[in-house]
Ligand binder design. Structure first.
Ligand code: FCB
Length: 458
């Protein structure tokens, strides 16, 4: 079957009963990582302290007291890691830039040594024929800015604009895709709402101030990007999760709508419609004090794409008091306890496409944690392979349905520092021995490699 939207590539690959894989010629296949999760070298070449350095040192915040001090030592082993990507055959690599490597105090003079690392990385990628895709903020805020109030303060958005503009000037079109923020919901809610992530603050109402300043930071960075007339693409990545009602009852439907407002629409609406969801009065009241005229014009500036990180879904029901509660997972779960629900990826992207217009979409993260072990030099992870197969199959369906899906990044290239879970959750398609820093391509990585080999390269 050949679809009209993507006439250039038609290959067969066995994916769960559907043996047709139909991807456009320029579809980007990649892997993703983030600076604090893999780089290590926390005190080298002038890098400043980030909120994750501080948070991971605070007793009780991260499992086993793990920190990102060494992580995968990618700062020193990046050439080896790029060589692995080359071996896998990916088109693109999504990494993030650590703001405190560039501006150790968040603002001021560029730390050239920090910047040089990313220049070397980008050069290495381009030399190997892999497109660099850079995220400017994947949660490692300079601690010096947090000391001034962090994302609760409007100034932080301005500092972010300066940092973003400097990166656009320095790296420009060598980076093919720029992503301003990764998952502002997590930065705002987990960081300032319930405190399970850095900086560990917990106040529901003020987390909405953080969310607004993050969105503003995105808008300001976008403005700086457009002024430079670059030829690469710019967008933002959101973590979206479909919220299904537990039943057809009006109460459960309303509950699902609320959950969707909190998790999804609170970010999608301002970005693509220019205002917050009007059916969330408590949220609107809480955020009102920090909104200034012109903010939504910046926030809703045109992006070239939307990145979506998809891992799982929620099924929610009414709690009987106007609120909602999530049901326990309804099917198999990963080591994170997240339900494996590939259909959710399809439902979610169709919905985003229908509700928010024909914006190009990338799946900027998708993957699964399982407790892998090395057996005679191999890592057998059939569950992760199955997870990827099933989600790739949904991507096929999306393209066939006419959704403008442009690429798919597997999370993650490497096992890494999984935030509050430290090194106790392995998401890599490449195993990392954190004692020796040895890398072993897992069976899932080998599967991805053969999948990519099987695709016709236009
Ligand atoms: C996402 C994060 C990423 C990783 C995955 C498992 O929310 O963006 O850094 O931790 O979850």
């Amino acid at each position: 079957m050949q679809c009209i939207c993507c006439p250039t590539r038609l290959e067969k690959y066995g994916v769960e009963g559907d043996d047709t894989v139909n991807f456009p010629k320029d579809f980007k296949w990649g892997t993703a990582t983030a600076s604090y999760q893999i780089e290590g070298a926390a005190h080298e070449d002038g890098r400043g302290e980030s909120i994750w350095d501080r948070f991971s040192r605070t007793p009780g915040k991260v499992l086993n007291g793990h920190t990102g001090d060494v992580a995968c030592n990618h700062y020193h082993l990046y050439k080896e890691d790029v060589a692995i990507m080359k071996e896998l055959g990916v088109d693109s690599y999504r990494f993030s830039i650590a703001w405190p490597r560039i501006y150790p105090n968040g603002t001021g003079q560029i730390n050239r040594k920090g910047l040089d690392f990313y220049k070397r990385l980008v050069e290495e990628l381009l030399e190997k024929g892999i497109e660099p895709a850079a995220t400017l903020y994947h949660w490692d805020l300079p601690q010096a800015l947090e000391d001034k109030g962090g994302w609760l303060k409007r100034d932080t958005a301005r500092y972010f604009q300066d940092y973003a503009a400097a990166m656009f000037r320095e790296l420009g079109d060598t980076v093919k895709q720029w992503i301003t923020l990764n998952e502002p919901w997590c930065s705002a809610f987990l960081g300032y709402g319930n405190g399970v992530h850095a900086p560990g603050k917990s106040d529901f109402n003020s987390h909405l101030h953080a969310a607004h300043h993050l969105l503003l930071a995105h808008g300001l960075a976008l403005q700086a990007y457009r002024e430079l007339n670059l030829k690469s693409e710019v967008g933002i990545t959101l973590n979206l999760a479909p919220q299904y009602p537990a039943s057809d009852s009006a109460q459960d439907q309303a509950a699902a709508r609320k959950a969707d407002g909190f998790q999804n629409r609170w970010y999608l609406d301002p970005l693509f419609r220019g205002f917050y969801p009007q059916d969330m009065p408590e949220f609107l009241a809480a955020v009102a004090p920090v909104i200034q005229p012109g903010d939504f014009d910046l926030i809703s500036g045109a992006v070239d794409f939307l990145g979506i990180n998809y891992y799982s879904r929620s099924v929610v029901r009414s709690d009987g008091q106007g609120g909602y509660e999530a049901l326990p997972p309804q099917g198999p779960v990963t080591h994170m306890g997240w339900e494996v629900y590939p259909q959710g990826l399809y439902d979610l992207l169709v919905r985003v496409h229908e509700d928010y217009g024909p914006i190009p979409l990338y799946i900027t993260e998708n993957g699964a944690a399982y407790p892998d072990q090395v057996e005679q030099g191999r890592v057998h992870d059939p569950e992760r392979t199955a997870y990827l197969q099933q989600h790739f199959a949904q991507a096929t369906k999306l393209i066939e349905a006419g959704v403008p899906l442009k690429g798919f990044y597997v999370w993650s290239l490497l096992d890494n520092f999984e935030w509050a879970f430290g090194y106790e959750r392995r998401f890599g398609i490449v195993y990392v021995d954190f004692e020796t820093q040895e890398r072993i391509i897992k069976d899932s990585g080998r599967w991805y490699q053969s999948f990519l080999k099987g695709l016709a390269r236009g």
